[in-house]
Design a protein around this ligand. Structure first.
Ligand SMILES: [Zn+2]
Length: 492
């Protein structure tokens, strides 16, 4: 069978499955009426085909053994025997799709893959550095449970559909920022606001119970009136009319019984109604003190990951994650008791173009840069407009610089402050005028041959834009003079 042969090139059931899905290939199955139907493959179908020796032409008996136990439905629990323990192997029994050697090679490959899988799984058990929400994270996109994977850093992955049907990976999210956000929410549960929220919830509960109590009391009142009515009817009847009298007596009794039951229920409900828990001030203080201690307890040296995970699970039922845009992950925390709180993280993005508003941002960046703003100014404007850099929550001047240079909006060092100051020459302007390198002037300024002080306002050296400046510098270059003092000459 082509499936088996192609495994050689693809190495794993998962890859084989993906290639089947990619090409839209179906595989034959027997349905429950024994008819052949063509189905989209799943990993279990493919692995069953790969493990079936019939495709290698062999008749095999005794591939499983009983464990001596049964399932609840009475079916015997069996386990697979290793190939060397199969009871009967009759080769060349059926037309073979693949040779026996290939079959054995495929079995070895599957075993190796399984061993790798088990290793991966054991690697994922809680250890220091493992993601905290392992086991309680769910995918907000498709609803499946998410797994933890380690790839440079911990991440939560939703690979259920990929694993079972060879579809694409649903989503993968960086674990660390999500964990941090959930832990922060966890700390916040033991806070003043939560206490107030709890008290509001208590008030609502009390109001609901009051309303129910009123309704029940009204019902008792109505039943009491009906019993009274029945009593009057009975009293008015002619005692000689026995048939009617007995019927009315019967009704009166029934009404009384109903009334008694309702009264008893009401009494019971009122007695069992817990007095709304009003906290004493001492209890409040204790609760709030715990809140402030929690972060300290959390960061204690003795606290290991599994204890932290256990603590989180005390309050958190599950966490649902959904990446709504490349730089935004919505987190829904479902607390035990059903309360839900929501948070967001803005994870790092690997590159500028991966940001959801990248195109707008890039266009705006070039526009601003062409207007002559410095990189830092462009970055500030973009940040104020709500943009951000891939790896941080605001726009970095470096992001602007890299992008600008890539798009050839170049700006020499002198043009960082592009305005020419009339009457003065910057070092670069002077260097151009003299046709020397900027470094040559810098060198002489540094070793004191040219005495000049930095202009405080312009944050740079400014040389008087005069013929005299050019002349003296030319002389210096030709070695005719060895000293120029701009400080005294300009202060005159
Ligand atoms: Zn998913």
């Amino acid at each position: 069978m082509g499936v088996c042969q192609s495994l050689g090139g693809l190495v794993s059931v998962g890859k084989l499955l993906r290639s089947f899905r990619h090409r839209g290939l179906a595989v034959p199955r027997l349905d429950r009426f024994g008819e052949v139907v063509w189905r989209t493959p799943t990993d279990s179908i493919i692995s069953r085909i790969l493990k079936n020796p019939a495709y290698a032409g062999a008749f095999v008996y005794g591939r499983t053994r009983s464990c001596g136990a049964t399932y609840a439905n009475g079916k015997t629990i069996t386990t697979r025997r290793p190939m060397e323990e199969w009871k009967v192997i009759v080769k060349d029994r059926y037309p073979a799709y693949i040779g026996w050697a290939d079959f054995e090679r495929i079995q070895a490959m599957l075993r190796d893959n399984h061993a790798e899988y088990v290793r991966n799984r054991t690697r994922g058990v809680p250890r220091d550095g493992a993601a905290l929400l392992q086991g309680i994270v769910w995918c907000g996109r498709c609803g499946h449970k998410m797994a933890v994977e380690y790839k440079n850093a911990n991440r939560y992955v939703c690979n259920f559909l990929q694993r079972s049907q060879g579809g694409p990976l649903c989503q993968h999210l960086p674990a660390d920022p999500i964990d941090a956000q959930v832990v922060a929410a966890f700390f916040a549960t033991v806070s003043q606001e939560e206490l107030e929220a709890w008290q509001r919830a208590q008030d609502t509960r009390r109001q609901t119970e009051d309303a129910l109590d009123r309704a029940e009391a009204q019902q008792v009142e109505r039943l009491r009136y009906q019993a009274l009515l029945a009593e009057r009817q009975f009293n008015r009847v002619d005692p000689d009319n026995r048939l009617v009298a007995s019927e009315l007596e019967h009704r009166w009794e029934a009404a009384l019984r109903e009334l008694r039951e309702a009264e008893e229920a009401l009494t019971l409900h009122r007695a069992s109604r817990t007095q709304p828990d009003a906290l004493t001030s001492e209890e409040r203080d204790n609760f709030l003190a715990l809140g402030s201690q929690l972060p300290a307890i959390w960061h204690q040296a003795g606290m290991d990951r599994s204890q932290k995970k256990a603590l989180l699970r005390c309050l958190i039922e599950k966490v649902i994650l959904h990446r709504t845009s490349p730089e935004r992950i919505d987190i829904r925390i479902v607390w035990r008791g059903g309360e839900v709180s929501e948070a967001q993280v803005e994870p790092k993005v690997y590159a500028l173009h991966a940001l959801s508003r990248a195109a707008d941002m890039q266009a705006r960046m070039l526009e601003l840069a062409r207007q002559g703003l410095t990189d830092a100014e462009v970055a500030n404007v973009l940040t104020s407009e709500g943009y951000r850099s891939p790896r941080c929550h605001h726009v970095l001047a470096r992001t602007v610089q890299v992008f600008r240079q890539r798009h050839r909006v170049l700006r020499g060092a002198s043009r960082t402050h592009p305005r020419h100051i009339p009457g003065w020459l910057t070092m670069s302007e002077l260097a151009r005028r003299l046709q020397v390198s900027r470094g040559w002037i810098e060198h002489h300024v540094r070793n004191g041959t040219i005495v000049i002080v930095r202009d405080v306002a312009a944050k740079r050296y400014l040389f008087p834009d005069t013929k005299k400046t050019i002349d003296v510098l030319k002389k210096l270059r030709l070695g005719k003079i060895d000293h120029i003092n701009f400080v005294t000459s300009t202060s005159k």
